[in-house]
Design a protein around this ligand. Structure first.
Ligand SMILES: [Zn+2]
Length: 153
């Protein structure tokens, strides 16, 4: 796969990933790669390790490498997740644009984080998938991993 993204600093969100060329809607942008582990209990995991975790199941994670792992959250993202491990464009993305996805589409536990994505439709809090408004779930439908869509409240 060609490198469609690179890691760069942002003014608001630490580092992030940016399109290195124009990307078409539904194009696969990157794969989250790394060792797969199962962690039934997140207690005591250092932040630096934790920030590399990418959920591929309720208690299953990839310890993801750059550049994918540097993808920031947005409540109005231009990308989503396909087949569990692929970052996929939800719309056309112009070269130089920051690529983001909504972390809620891979969040199964009770993790919550205050959101400062700055989007006009910001939910103010990033939390788990089951708590997403139905309209948002619908919007992300094609760009949400099957394992998390199967979860119920
Ligand atoms: Zn937000």
């Amino acid at each position: 796969m060609e490198d469609l993204i690179c890691v760069k600093g942002t003014s608001q969100m630490g580092s992030g990933v940016f399109a290195t060329k124009d990307i078409r809607k539904d194009e696969i942008i990157a794969e989250f790669r790394g060792p797969r582990i199962k962690i039934p209990d997140m207690t005591g995991i250092p932040d630096e390790v934790w920030s590399h975790f990418f959920n591929v199941g309720v208690d299953e994670y990839i310890i993801a490498r750059e550049p994918g792992v540097r993808t920031n959250h947005s409540c109005d993202p231009n990308a989503g997740i396909a087949r569990d491990v692929f970052l996929i464009a939800m719309r056309d993305i112009a070269k130089g644009e920051q690529v983001t996805f909504d972390y809620s589409v891979i969040t199964a536990d009770n993790w919550r984080l205050e959101c400062k994505c700055g989007s006009p439709i910001c939910r103010k809090v990033i939390s788990n998938y089951v708590d997403l408004p139905e309209a948002v779930k619908k919007k992300y439908e094609k760009y949400t991993p099957d394992w998390i869509k199967a979860l119920r409240k």
